[in-house]
Design a protein around this ligand. Structure first.
Ligand code: NAD
Ligand SMILES: O=C[C@H](O)CS(=O)(=O)O
Length: 485
């Protein structure tokens, strides 16, 4: 099964540089979503292992924080190189546990490496200030210092790149980390520990604990030695972690749920809009936080868009992520499949027209046909609920202001997209949309150089870019007197 990645696969937790089992000896099975086969086990760890990891991370922080920015930058650069040297092996491990096509897994490893490279550079640019003092006998300085031990909790849909946006800035800032990956996709995260060891990142800087999410999360959010929680996942869990972190007033970064609108105006380049729609809808089988959840198409181009979008959707090759040319893999599990079927059934019951797809794929398991649904209305559940699957509801609108109002009619505000060739409309609509990220005539906008994050109930803080590092730094004001000036 594993041709290239066996040396990267660890069925243990990494605590203080030691690969260990759960104290109870309990394990959790990990399965391949493409066929349900068990591909291995991981420790079913809990409070005790997490507490030990936090204590070691705190102890390690006392020395790691004193390394120079240059030393940390060089280690991150070596980690970047290790990721790229092992790109195929890491991608194989990811496709095995997550199901995405190998090409998408390779792209995710490249994006993970790009994040690490970015923060290897940002590490050396943590500038402070010297501020003109209002007192003649005193001087004023501002410095930035690492927050300390970071608790990082990540989702299954991008098991490596979501981690890179946390470990990259955390290590660049001089923090240490305790990671809890999703139990569905632990091996991509544990491979970080293997590579960190290989390139010489000191023991205790990166610690990885797998198992009981509530127990591990409860310790990470409740333990006063943890000074920051960075979470990527659903909004309900994010809200819970925010509440649990309140008692010890932790610094928080929350990358939460989305409900992305995709607006198509009459004046758009139709071919470009359909290409963008395919990319923004079906990546990772629609299981991304920035996937389009709602297509709003202006009346004048509605029929042409639906016809071409459905035609292109039918061409997508569905299958195992390891099969040559596959463009859409399985959904992560039966629960995800059931949710998609519920939302499609609800729409059908409320009068929607299934233009293509609308049912399980003939491959069986958790494979689902790429689906385009016309005549969607705001009364249908997927107008408000994150689909997280390869289903594209297409709503109709007439006026520009209606499109903006409908697009904003959600508690989420992560990513949005629209297609127009009118420059004035581009500015009016971009400024009218309440979202953290906007794609204009583009369906894929993620990059390490730009701030990734949302507003409203899609989260707080930003990852990547020059903004991402501040999330791991505390600002310190120093007033110096007694200088005899
Ligand atoms: N904003 C972003 O950048 C981004 C990126 C990827 C996914 N997401 C969102 O994540 C969701 C899908 O991912 P998911 O199903 O893994 O989300 P999830 O919230 O169920 O799980 C995310 C992580 O939280 C852990 N977790 C669950 N309950 C917990 C608890 N009580 N305490 C501590 N940890 C807990 C899980 O084990 C997992 O590691 C979607 O809503 C998607 O939009 C957002
Ligand atoms: O699922 C959310 C990811 O952040 C998607 S992306 O790869 O960053 O665009």
């Amino acid at each position: 099964m594993l041709q290239k990645s066996h040396h990267l696969k660890r069925e243990a937790n990494l605590i203080g540089g030691e690969w260990v089992a759960a104290g109870s000896g309990k394990t959790i099975e990990v399965t391949n979503p493409a066929n349900g086969e068990v591909i291995g086990t991981i420790p079913d760890a809990g409070v005790e292992e997490t507490r030990r990891a936090i204590a070691i991370a705190h102890e390690t922080f006392q020395t790691w924080r004193k390394t120079t920015a240059d030393e940390r930058a060089r280690l991150l650069r070596k980690l970047h190189d290790a990721f790229m040297d092992n790109q195929d092996a890491l991608a194989e491990l990811m496709t095995l546990e997550q199901g995405k096509p190998l090409a998408e897994a390779r792209a995710e490893i490249a994006q993970s490496a790009a994040q690490i490279l970015w923060f290897s550079e940002e590490a050396r640019r943590v500038y402070g200030d010297v501020i003109p003092s209002p007192w003649g006998d005193r001087r004023i300085m501002v410095t930035k210092e690492p927050v300390g031990v970071v608790g990082a909790i990540t989702p299954w849909n991008f098991p490596s790149s979501m981690l890179s946006r946390k470990i990259g800035p955390a290590l660049a800032a001089g923090c240490t980390v305790v990671v809890k990956p999703a139990v569905q996709t632990p091996y991509s995260a544990l491979a970080w520990g293997v590579l960190a060891e290989e390139i010489g990142i000191p023991k205790g800087v990166i610690n990885i604990v797998t198992g009981d999410a509530k127990a591990i999360g409860g310790e990470l959010t409740g333990n006063p030695l943890v000074r920051k929680i960075t979470f990527t996942g659903s909004t309900p869990v994010g809200k819970l972690l925010i509440k649990q972190s309140a008692d010890t007033v932790k610094k928080l970064s929350m990358e939460l749920g989305g409900n992305a609108p995709f607006l198509v105006f009459d004046d758009c380049d139709l071919d470009r809009a359909v290409t963008g729609a395919i990319a923004a809808k079906y990546r990772n089988a629609g299981q991304t936080c920035v996937c389009t959840n709602r297509f709003y198409v202006q009346s004048g181009i509605y029929d042409a868009f639906v016809e071409k979008f459905a035609q292109e959707s039918r061409k997508l090759k569905v299958g195992s992520g390891f099969d040559q040319g596959v463009q859409q893999g399985p959904l992560i599990d039966d629960k995800a499949l059931a949710k998609v079927e519920e939302l499609v059934g609800d729409a059908r019951d409320k009068g929607a027209k299934i233009v293509t797809g609308g049912k399980r794929h003939e491959l069986g398991g958790t494979f689902y046909e790429p689906t385009v649904i016309a005549d969607a209305t705001q009364e249908m559940r997927f107008a408000k609920e994150e689909i997280f699957g390869p289903v594209a509801p297409v709503f109709r609108f007439d006026k520009e202001e209606d499109a903006i109002r409908l697009a904003n009619d959600t508690e989420f505000g992560l990513a949005c997209y629209f297609y127009t060739q009118d420059l004035g409309r581009a500015f009016r609509v971009s400024e009218g949309l309440k979202y953290g990220m906007v794609g204009i005539n583009e369906g894929i906008i993620t990059t390490e150089v730009a701030p990734f994050g949302g507003v409203k109930e899609s989260g707080m803080g930003r990852e990547g870019s020059k903004y991402g590092l501040d999330e791991y730094l505390d600002v310190k004001y120093v007033c110096i007197g007694g200088l005899g000036l």
